[in-house]
Design a protein around this ligand. Structure first.
Ligand SMILES: NC(=O)c1ccc[n+]([C@@H]2O[C@H](COP(=O)([O-])OP(=O)(O)OC[C@H]3O[C@@H](n4cnc5c(N)ncnc54)[C@H](OP(=O)(O)O)[C@@H]3O)[C@@H](O)[C@H]2O)c1
Length: 324
């Protein structure tokens, strides 16, 4: 089978597509014939050797996909031919992927592979955040930074579903227009407008209740300043390339809570909530109430171009690689 391989840390253009042996499942594992895989920003960081977890090359990147079960290991309750989707740390940009069975979900009828592949990582990140880490109530003002990106747009969708009033902050009219179509009530082009004063203008003196921040950089502090008393600031990632330092007096003066959320450690950090959150999210997906916005699709041979598109800040919503 063919697989995208990172032979050494570098740019996405250094990736190659290699012919590699077909994988075999171990106990509790499944080999999936990958039909579609979705790009996540951490894939780019991993390939550059800049992710918080270092994987020694060679490795195949790609952390979410959908396809058909080809083979199962001992103790797995799935059959060849079953349609599944799942998240995995590595290996999704390949014609076949070996995945732990517990990381897979059966696809509801009628759901296509691209939607299923593009759903998991960003929606879980946003759902865990808005349901459990910084619970949102109807009517709350929720500020989403990088609102046109993968995590951001999932945050917009989920906050809208929860009845919140969403303030989408992003660069440029194209991303903001998609946020508007997905239900955001207010839009801020944070590269052209002053984020802090626009937030005050929109929310009035009460300020916002929650900030969801997958971007970091110079955007975090003005967003935090837009929170009202007792507001919650959730730091999720640093796509802007810079980890911000926040003056703690801002946190003290308004009794703000700053909290981090990491999708890979959520199960350990919130063992009593993960089952409920996953079940609710699966239900919303099965009922068609939540679907990822797929802004671009690339063929397997152009996986590097798909990753470049995300790295260069061009993506709106999710980017999918069609594999088989
Ligand atoms: N905590 C978690 O569990 C978790 C889970 C998944 C992802 N993440 C993190 O969340 C962040 C976003 O991931 P994603 O998959 O949503 O990525 P994405 O789709 O590329 O979205 C990131 C957004 O960041 C903004 N941005 C600002 N400056 C940027 C720059 N210099 N380069 C690239 N983007 C820039 C872009 O929006 P504008 O152009 O509108 O500014 C872009 O839409 C990443 O840091 C990722 O590691 C965290």
């Amino acid at each position: 089978m063919r697989a995208v391989v990172c032979r050494e840390y570098g740019t996405v253009e250094d990736l190659v597509i290699d012919e590699v042996p077909d994988p075999a499942p171990g106990p509790g594992q499944v080999v999936v014939k990958v039909r579609a895989a979705a790009v996540n920003y951490p894939d780019v960081l991993l390939i550059a050797g800049k992710y918080q977890i270092k994987v020694p090359p060679p490795f195949t990147p790609g952390s979410e996909m959908a396809g058909e079960v080809l083979a199962v290991g001992d103790g797995v309750d799935l059959r060849p031919g079953d349609r599944v989707s799942g998240t995995t740390f590595l290996g999704a940009f390949a014609e076949q992927a070996v995945v732990d069975a517990h990381g897979l979900t059966r696809l509801p009828d009628g759901v296509d592979y691209a939607d299923a592949a593009a759903f998991g990582v960003t929606n879980r990140t946003a759902y865990y955040t808005l349901r459990t880490v910084a619970p949102v109530a109807p009517g709350d003002w929720v500020v989403v930074l990088g609102a046109g990106g993968g995590v951001g747009l999932a945050g917009v969708d989920i906050a809208v579903l929860m009845g919140a009033r969403v303030i989408a902050a992003a660069s440029g009219p194209e991303k903001l227009e998609v946020c508007r179509q997905r239900g955001a009530q207010a839009l801020i082009d944070y590269d052209r407008e002053d984020l802090k004063s626009r937030l005050k203008e929109i929310t009035g003196p009460g300020g916002a209740q929650v900030v969801l921040d997958p971007v970091g950089g110079t955007y975090s502090e003005p967003a935090l300043r837009g929170l009202g008393r007792g507001g919650r600031f959730v730091t999720l990632g640093y796509a802007a390339g810079q980890i911000p330092a926040i003056p703690l007096n801002l946190v003290m003066l308004k009794g703000i809570t700053v909290v981090g959320m990491e999708v890979r450690t959520f199960a350990t950090d919130y063992p009593d909530q993960i089952g409920r959150d996953d079940a609710e999210l699966a239900d919303l997906f099965a009922q068609g109430k939540l679907r990822p916005y797929i802004g671009a699709r690339f063929p397997f041979e152009q996986t590097a171009a798909a990753l470049r598109y995300v790295a260069d800040r061009k993506a709106v919503g999710k980017v999918v690689v069609d594999i088989g």
